[in-house]
Design a protein around this ligand. Structure first.
Ligand code: SF4
Length: 61
């Protein structure tokens, strides 16, 4: 999940997992494109969790 109150729009997540995250240009925060990333996207999402400077991303399940 994505905590938009914490997200500062650094876009690290978009760089490592562009299929899962995008940036909302108006709000300046990330958008979740894939609520439930499939297995092929999981490694990229885990990397995004590590790369996010504000720890706004968390994986569930
Ligand atoms: S890396 Fe974190 S702070 Fe940056 S846009 Fe993604 S969720 Fe937001």
């Amino acid at each position: 999940m994505l905590d938009l109150d914490t997200c500062q729009g650094y876009a690290n997540c978009v760089m490592v997992a562009p299929e899962v995250f995008d940036i909302d240009e108006e709000k300046g925060t990330a958008i979740l494109l894939q609520e439930t990333p499939d297995d092929s996207q999981l490694a990229a999402v885990e990397e995004a969790v590590r790369q996010c400077p504000t720890e706004a991303i968390s994986l569930e399940g």
